[in-house]
Design a protein around this ligand. Structure first.
Ligand SMILES: [Zn+2]
Length: 754
């Protein structure tokens, strides 16, 4: 019946009424579909958003702390220059200014402004760009903490849902405090604490109306309204904020005018949000080579990680101080040779001026600092430190003519003496006798990885190009009894809940035999005791090391160490300009090395004497540096480690021993003659003239007083001088200026510049 009645009504209502009803039903249906769809959409979106619990647990980005090896804070890494400030520590006038500028009804609404959301919705439907603005403080906070900055409808919906959720989770004061501490105020400053310090040099509790209205005005468009660069715009915006405050009755008109007229005591704000205040070369080294590639910039710069490094902050300070005494650019690198831990790293005099980290990026010629590798290969091949070489003028058919530093020839010299005084000609001959390929192999075993190792005899004089880091690895091998280390700077990485993400320790492999390592080390101790390295001796500590200088005085080195510490000091100009006439490693680098290592020795608890690994198979012998025979009382005596059973038995005949005994000694030093010595007037035996006058034995005899058996060494290949077309001291093409550019690119790549 009822149904019939309705049908009848329809009929009586006529065509028009039926149509209207139908449209009504359809509209209802459409509306229902939209509502259900909308509800599902909102539900779907809402599921992806943080819950109330997650919101409470959310920590705004935290600085990562970098520690030195003793737990001292080296530096903090952060994007945002932020210090959390409690709401009751913010001046009330500042709070009012922010409310007036951004959301005057904040304490009245429930988190969202429906009108502005509807406006955004319509604009989206009509394909107008959705503009920011009109969002409540809660919405802005939701966006800052949890959402991206994209301007889409879906973000607007998410923002609204989150805002409502936040209003249920937090009190108004809590929301306002979070807002004030996370909002961006321009110039890399986040939060009111950082902003009031950066702009006005005071804490936010002391801001006056004039300053507060400027800062509040910045929030809408910090870079546009910045008073640092656009004072006129800032003043216009300030007037608007003050006007709003007057309109709300929060301040008087006169008060506002006074604030507007007040002169702003602005401080200049640092622009970059990335600073490396302490140990900058080291910090950027671990950042760009390890931390950022592995963990990404968000974790490193916002994640509150803890990075425990190998650096020693005190040593680092000493190194930074020491490098300033160099007459040029340079680098100082200190390693624990037992572990490879980097104790100090200075890549230049001023990181702000030059990002070029010479400790790891500068490929430079080591000059004579390379010679120990030649001698190590020779000892490995069976030659002895007491054996002899002929130091006589040398000129190759192609015109290459290596010379000694003093431009003299010293006749027959022991290997010990040749290395102690860094003679060049014996080094070239020894390189030929040993074989270039064996020297290259030795350099590789010691950890030299440079692509610039020339395959000719100039290699013996250090014509390769390599980095201070490579030298540090090689000299560590010599210090520690032959183990090759992998240098590292990060010991441990933890996330902000103290979970260990990474732990690093020593990685050791075989570099050279323990026997040769300690033999070379003892020869290099003599270099410091009485040779070209004298300026580097550390009092109270056994010291080994070698100077290095390139032909044209453009690079100067000192490489060496004391027990438990290896330090490389490199000096040179980036454009390879000479350091000055006769500016040798001994003059330029040794004093800096000594100053630094002396301090380090007193800071670190180190042994005074080097240890010799058990089973190294060496014996200590006290020999004459000149002849290599056992030392007599008149000899320049040297305590040197020799392969067990290798020491001569006769006493030095040049300084008082018996010539007959020397002749009969089956372990007498041998004169190693290379094919290069063909045609050189044969004068085997230490010439009496070379000995000090008072020590000259058997006055007037023509017999050589110290006959040494000659060992003519056959070499498989003819000597290979460097081609005159290629300068033997080849310059590395590495350009420090490119480094600055690459550095800026890296900063951009990891989003570290604003
Ligand atoms: Zn002697």
């Amino acid at each position: 019946m009822k149904c019939e009645k309705v049908m009848k009504k329809f009929r009586t209502g006529g065509c028009l009424g039926g149509l209207a009803a139908l449209i009504g039903v359809l509209l209802l249906l459409v509306f229902a579909v939209i509502s259900v769809g909308g509800a599902f959409y909102v539900w779907g979106v809402s599921k992806t958003l943080p819950t109330a619990e997650e919101m409470v647990n959310h920590r705004p980005s935290l600085a990562t702390v970098v520690y030195d090896r003793n737990g001292k804070v080296l530096t903090n890494l952060y994007y945002e220059n932020r210090q959390w400030v409690r709401l009751d520590r913010v001046s009330p006038i500042m709070v009012k200014a922010v409310l007036a500028a951004e959301d005057a009804d904040f304490y009245g609404h429930r988190g969202i402004d429906p009108v502005s959301i509807l406006r955004a919705f319509i604009k989206d439907l009509t394909h107008q760009a959705t503009r920011q603005g009109g969002s409540t403080i809660t919405q802005q906070l939701a966006r800052n903490l949890f959402l991206t900055k994209e301007r889409t409808l879906s973000r607007k919906v998410k923002e609204a849902i989150l805002a409502l959720r936040m209003e249920k989770t937090f009190t108004k004061d809590q929301i306002l405090e979070m807002y004030l501490n996370t909002i961006y105020f321009g110039h890399g400053t986040y939060g009111i604490g950082a902003a009031s310090q950066a702009y006005f040099g005071k804490s936010p509790g002391h801001l006056n109306l004039s300053e507060a209205s400027i800062l509040a005005g910045l929030i809408a468009a910090p870079e546009y309204y910045t008073p640092i660069r656009h004072l006129d715009r800032a003043k216009t915006r300030q007037a608007y904020v003050l006007g709003q405050m007057v309109a709300k009755g929060w301040i008087g008109r006169e008060e506002a005018q006074k604030a507007l007229d007040a002169k702003l005591p602005l401080k200049s704000v640092r622009r970059s949000s990335v600073t490396f205040s302490d140990a900058p070369y080291f910090v950027s080294y671990i950042l760009f080579s390890q931390l950022l590639p592995k963990y990404g910039s968000d974790s490193v710069y916002r994640g509150g990680m803890r990075i425990y490094t190998t650096l020693d902050a005190d040593l680092q300070k000493d190194a930074e101080e020491a490098i300033r005494k160099l007459p040029s650019e340079g680098a100082i690198l200190a390693l624990d040779p037992e572990t490879g831990e980097i104790l100090a790293m200075v890549g230049g005099k001023d990181f702000e001026k030059s990002k070029f980290n010479r400790a790891i990026q500068a490929f430079r010629q080591p000059g004579s600092a390379f010679k120990p590798f030649v001698y190590a290969a020779a000892l490995e091949a069976g030659y002895r430190p007491v054996d002899h070489l002929m130091d006589s003028p040398l000129e190759f058919p192609n015109g290459w003519k290596p010379e000694n530093y003093d431009l003299k020839s010293h006749g027959e010299v022991s290997l010990i003496e040749a290395l102690t005084y860094s003679y060049n000609i014996p080094a070239v001959k020894l390189a030929h006798l040993t074989g270039l390929e064996k020297i290259v192999q030795m350099a590789r075993n010691l950890g030299i990885t440079t692509p610039h190792l020339p395959n000719d005899l100039s290699l013996a004089l250090g014509s390769a190009s390599l980095t201070p880091m490579e030298m540090a690895i090689a000299y560590s091998c010599i210090e520690n009894g032959g183990k090759r280390v992998v240098p590292y700077g990060v010991r441990e990485v933890r996330d902000n809940s103290d979970t260990v993400l990474e732990k690093n320790g020593p990685m050791l492999s075989d570099g050279l035999s323990p026997k040769v390592a300690v033999m070379i080390r003892s020869m290099l101790q003599e270099v410091v005791r009485s040779g070209t390295g004298r300026g580097a001796a550390i009092s109270g500590f056994e010291t080994f090391g070698k100077t290095g200088t390139t032909n044209d005085w453009s690079d100067a080195w000192f490489c060496g160490g004391i027990p438990g510490l290896v330090v490389i000091v490199y000096a040179g100009n980036d454009d390879h300009r000479p350091l000055g006439d006769r500016m040798t490693g001994g003059r330029v680098a040794s004093p800096v090395w000594k100053a630094f290592v002396s301090k380090a020795a007193s800071r670190l608890k180190l042994a005074k004497q080097f240890s010799v690994p058990a089973g190294a198979g060496v014996e200590i012998a006290r020999v004459c540096r000149r002849t290599g025979f056992l030392a007599a009382s008149g000899c320049p005596a040297v305590s040197i480690l020799l392969s067990a059973g290798d020491a001569p038995e006769a006493v030095c005949p040049l300084h008082g021993g018996s010539v007959a005994a020397a002749r009969a000694d089956s372990r007498a030093p041998r004169l190693l003659l290379s094919p290069m010595d063909e045609g050189v007037p044969a004068a085997p035996g230490i010439s009496a003239a070379a000995a000090p006058q008072t020590d000259r034995p058997e006055e007037g005899t023509t017999v050589s007083p110290a006959p040494t058996p000659v060992l003519k060494v056959p070499t498989p290949q003819p000597p290979k001088p460097p081609s005159p077309a290629v300068k033997p001291y080849r310059k590395d093409p590495s350009a420090p200026n490119d480094v600055e550019k690459r550095y800026q690119e890296l900063l951009k790549q990891y989003g570290l510049t604003n």
